[in-house]
Design a protein around this ligand. Sequence first.
Ligand code: RB5
Length: 150
Amino acid sequence: MKIGIGNDHSALELKAEIIGFLKEKGYEIVDFGTNSTESCDYPIYGEKVARAVAAGEVEKGILICGTGLGISLAANKVEGIRAVVCSEPFTAKMSRAHNNCNILALGARVVGAELAKMIVDTWLSTEFEGGRHQRRVDMIMDIEKRNREK
Ligand code: RB5
């Protein structure tokens, strides 16, 4: 599976840990940056990864900023994206099983590397359950559609 990853300056160390972890598991990683510790604007990287996911260039995305908040908010502005911040594996699991989220966001200042790997592993290995959850996800995506039609 091809995974897009993006981050701001606060998350270089955590990104390196996650990339190493995922490569060992056989995932193909596309790194959208930043790869500098110089202060930068997280919406740039949130949008890059979100557009790659929405276009099908990568199957899923992982975004990291200090809290995971700003970068996920930016990603959620791209049509077709359902990005969530997770700080523990239960929410990560449910965000796939019930919400079919296609981007996982992490806070580099919130979670340590080992917890982050556990969250990523859970998130990537959980399938969407469909059924009644599909209807609800469709309802979310319909909001986007109605906005477009306005
Ligand atoms: C950068 O200082 C910080 O604001 C950013 O990484 C993120 O936490 C924003 O939501």
